[in-house]
Design a protein around this ligand. Structure first.
Ligand code: ATP
Ligand code: MG
Length: 303
């Protein structure tokens, strides 16, 4: 099967600044692909280029077998979109928002009326069909935007930070729903700042920085390739003195705020050494995608 989305040499500048810089990306059908990167890395711009909502300066976009921008309309008819910022119509109810959106796709009102309960259930909004948008909480609006993205039963769903602002219960509900979509053969392209979300949902991940993909692979491969298997997070009284000789015990150490992250193959040695320093507290855990992300993109704030 062909790739649902293929980006080649995609380039976009704003005011002389390269925001997307010769980016290549190819999605595998039926899989979830994660696009990670710090604030301002160019993720949302890449998604907007992929959808043909903005034009590229150079490069090509092939979306569901259609070449953009010429065949954008045909392609977008088979795509669901969750934008980074909710753009629901505040004057309408939940049901009216879904019906209005469905009209763009030429879906009959009667057909939609039948599907609305399923869509609302997906988003944990059963019973809210007649609620005005103004009465929904921020998280409920986010979930409605997710339900709206499925109105046209899309083959590809593009989700820009879908679970930002959701509570843990809602996030788990959405993860379950997204996995169900994959089970139906749909392809997902997702940006997120929640590394746990990326690790759980994504088959493949591209880490972006400064408009370029800097690494790509499965979450497990990225962790295995870029990070020592164990991390001991150390904080508390006497950290500065301990830090001075930490390189004896850890392969790699990184300080962030009041915490020292000690990356190692042999955590037992580090933990045994820490026993002699009762003022220090520590957390020993396996390395995760967040460690990879921070190593590759740095710990400094972006904007
Ligand atoms: N319409 C625009 N005009 C000018 N600059 C823009 C425009 N859209 C985006 N940018 C700039 O492009 C860069 C990338 O923005 P983008 O929104 O793609 O980042 P992002 O990776 O989605 O970040 P975040 O994680 O904060 O959502 C930023 O420096 C941003 O200021
Ligand atoms: Mg963004």
């Amino acid at each position: 099967m062909n790739s649902p989305l293929k980006l080649t040499g995609l380039t976009k500048s704003y005011g002389g600044t390269l925001v997307v810089d010769g980016l290549d990306l190819e999605l595998a059908p039926g899989r979830c692909h994660g696009l990670l990167g710090p604030n301002g890395a160019g993720k949302t711009t890449t998604l907007r280029l992929a959808l043909g909502l903005i034009g590229a300066d150079a490069g090509t976009v092939e979306l569901l077998g259609h070449i953009l921008p010429e065949q954008g309309g045909q392609a977008r008819a088979r795509v669901g979109v969750v934008p980074q910022m909710d753009n629901l119509d505040p004057d309408f109810t939940v049901r009216e928002n879904l019906l209005t959106y469905a009209r763009y796709f030429g879906i009959a009102k009667r057909e939609m009326a039948e599907r609305i309960p399923t869509l609302l259930e997906f988003a944990g909004l059963a019973g809210k069909a007649d609620a005005p948008i103004a009465t929904l909480s921020g998280g409920m609006k986010r979930r409605l935007t997710l339900a709206r993205a499925l109105v046209n039963d899309p083959d590809l769903v593009i989700l820009d930070e879908p679970t930002t602002g959701l509570d843990p219960q809602a996030r788990h509900l959405i993860w379950q729903g997204l996995r169900r979509l994959m089970g139906q053969g749909k392809t997902l392209l997702l940006t997120t700042h929640f590394m746990e979300e990326a690790e759980r949902l994504c088959d493949a991940i591209s880490v972006m920085d400064h408009g370029r993909v800097i690494v790509q692979g499965s979450p497990r491969d990225l962790i295995g390739t870029h990070i020592e298997p164990h991390v001991v997070e150390i904080y508390g009284d006497g950290l500065a003195e301990w830090q001075a000789c930490a390189s004896r015990h850890c392969r790699r150490c990184e300080a962030a705020g009041e915490t020292l992250f000690c990356y190692t193959e042999a955590p037992e040695q580090v933990v045994a050494e820490l026993a002699a320093h009762p003022g220090l507290r520590y957390l020993h855990r396996p390395a995760n995608l967040e460690d990879v992300f921070l190593k590759l993109t740095g710990r400094d704030l972006r904007d």
